[in-house]
Write a protein that binds this ligand. Sequence first.
Ligand SMILES: NC(=O)c1ccc[n+]([C@@H]2O[C@H](COP(=O)([O-])OP(=O)(O)OC[C@H]3O[C@@H](n4cnc5c(N)ncnc54)[C@H](OP(=O)(O)O)[C@@H]3O)[C@@H](O)[C@H]2O)c1
Length: 325
Amino acid sequence: MKIVTLGSSGFLSGEVVRSALRRGHQVVAVSRGHGAPAPTGAVEVHADRDDPDALARVLSGSAPDAVVDVCGYTVAGAQAAAGILGDVGAYAYVSSVSAYRAWPPGPVRGEGDPLFTPQDDLTSYGPMKAESERVLGRVLGDRLWTVRPGLIIGPGDTTRRMTSWLHRIATREQVAVPGTLDQPMAFVDVRDLAELLVTGVEQGWSGPVTATGPVGMTTFGGLLEACREAVASTGGTPGTLVPIAEDRLLAAGVEPWRDLPFWLPHEVARTAWDVDTTLARSLGLAVRPVQDSVTDTWRWVQQRGLDHPELDPRLEPSALSAAAR
Ligand SMILES: NC(=O)c1ccc[n+]([C@@H]2O[C@H](COP(=O)([O-])OP(=O)(O)OC[C@H]3O[C@@H](n4cnc5c(N)ncnc54)[C@H](OP(=O)(O)O)[C@@H]3O)[C@@H](O)[C@H]2O)c1
């Protein structure tokens, strides 16, 4: 097949391009040219996908069989793509679990759960994704397949969420972690999500699917232990985890998710990680062992030399214990 990818060498888009090439497809990868070159083998073209004229210019005459739209960050971008690529046979749009109106805190019971509406603030992320789905759906109908990922992890992730934990564990003797280590968590490995996206356009799937790991695939403690194991596997000495009770963290002004990545206060976490993935499982979305994702991410961090800012002294276990007194 000839596949156009919107996004070329980013975290998920790079994996989609690699996956499509591995499976023998021709790939035309669209980006603005700000990042690394597209994976070898793809035809790279440069345009802002939010600009219909630019998109038409670079894609004129390419007549793809399928599109995988990875970099939808505005409703205008969905409108531009619908205008230029709306007659394609199969179109996969990467939305987000954030499109569900009640998430967070969730739970998400299924793909039929209500989304944000056109009356919501369409410049904010969740409503923008929901509206983009509708914009594309109006033009593509059942040729549109909408994939709503939860948290994506794996090598290539420059968000400094997972990699911050790895970095802290590799570089500190003691690492403050949330006390709720038995809190269930779920996520999807970027490589498994990319494979699903390519399979979906090959098969011409339609409708929405929530794409993340099964509820309770691991716990926060399981993830952090996997980080310790990854650091040890490359000859490092992993730091000791120092659980700090949630009320202490909150009293010390520690910002959930931002200061301690993936940490959500218990009341939110209880339902936020409770996302039904029955359909994704039936479509074959793989559940990669957490240890594999984490170890591969750590190896990538080391290879790439991904830098991390100095730890905020407020997040030292000693500071958090002192602040709570
Ligand atoms: N990360 C998560 O946990 C998560 C969770 C749920 C959903 N999602 C969704 O998953 C998708 C992938 O996220 P990601 O962070 O992995 O993205 P990504 O693949 O890193 O996307 C960035 C790619 O898109 C290109 N790009 C960005 N804006 C563009 C534009 N206006 N025109 C043309 N190309 C553009 C970038 O290249 P240039 O900069 O060179 O243009 C780069 O190649 C997104 O739609 C995101 O909303 C992510």
